[in-house]
Design a protein. Structure first.
Lengths: 145, 93
């Protein structure tokens, strides 16, 4: 069965109410059929081999002209974990201000709910993450390794 | 998790190398030994702090901050400005 047929079958199941939106999303994601979010260009190639335990988050910015800056950052996940743990100790009033600002930008996020167990789940799932943004002035790549 | 051993720092400006350093951070490790006699005092402070909510918050934040240097190894930052032929490279090993 082709990818297109698989996709149609999942969407039909969703339309009939056999599966929920979340289940459909999970199925599409698992089959690599999920659509790319707006503003990004998903890699049309098949997904890279998933690394079971990614150790680093890499951010690369490649300018398209000589004027831009070239940036290459590799952040260990253990540092991200430690930073997120620290976020749990942000005082309530400061946390509320951060959440207000995030919400104003369309990101509803409860910092207090981010526990170590969520982080482990996030890191376990993030191995698939690959974001390629092809802008006018630069190309941005975010991936795990 | 282990504390950083070296910090590699390279700075280039207008194509000329301004700095290329290997900072031996491991030489600072013995300083941690100086804290050993303070352990009973630190435990006592931790115990006192744990009685109040704010104290527990401060204790947790302190422990999280103390663990931060142990998570730095592997961090790599490389920023290059091709127009000015300038580059800053930092790697924590």
């Amino acid at each position: 069965m082709g990818r297109q047929e698989d996709r149609q079958k999942i969407l039909q199941m969703l339309a009939k109410g056999t599966i929920s939106v979340e289940e459909a999303d999970k199925l599409l994601s698992a089959m690599g059929l999920a659509g790319a979010p707006e503003g990004s260009t998903e890699n049309p190639e098949p997904a890279r081999e998933r690394r079971a335990d990614p150790r680093y988050l890499r951010v690369q910015v490649e300018p398209k002209s000589e004027k831009g800056d070239r940036v290459n950052i590799r952040v260990p996940f253990q540092l991200i974990r430690a930073g997120a743990k620290l976020a749990a100790f942000i005082p309530q009033d400061a946390r509320e201000k951060v959440e207000e600002k995030l919400e104003a930008k369309g990101m509803k996020f409860d910092l207090a709910s981010l526990g170590p167990e969520n982080l482990d789940q996030l890191v376990a799932q993030i191995g698939d993450l690959q974001v390629d943004v092809d802008g006018e002035e630069e190309t941005v790549r975010i991936f795990c390794e | 998790m282990r504390p950083p051993v070296f910090v590699r720092l390279k700075v280039t400006e207008h194509g000329k190398k301004k700095a290329s350093l290997w900072l031996p951070v491991f030489l600072l490790w013995p300083l941690a030994l100086l804290l050993l006699p303070l352990i009973p005092l630190l435990l006592l402070v931790g115990l006192i702090l744990s009685f109040t909510a704010k104290g527990r918050l401060a204790l947790g934040a302190g422990l999280a901050l103390a663990s931060l240097p142990f998570c730095l190894s592997g961090l790599e930052i490389d920023v290059e400005e091709p127009e000015k032929r300038s580059k800053v490279f930092i790697k924590i090993i």
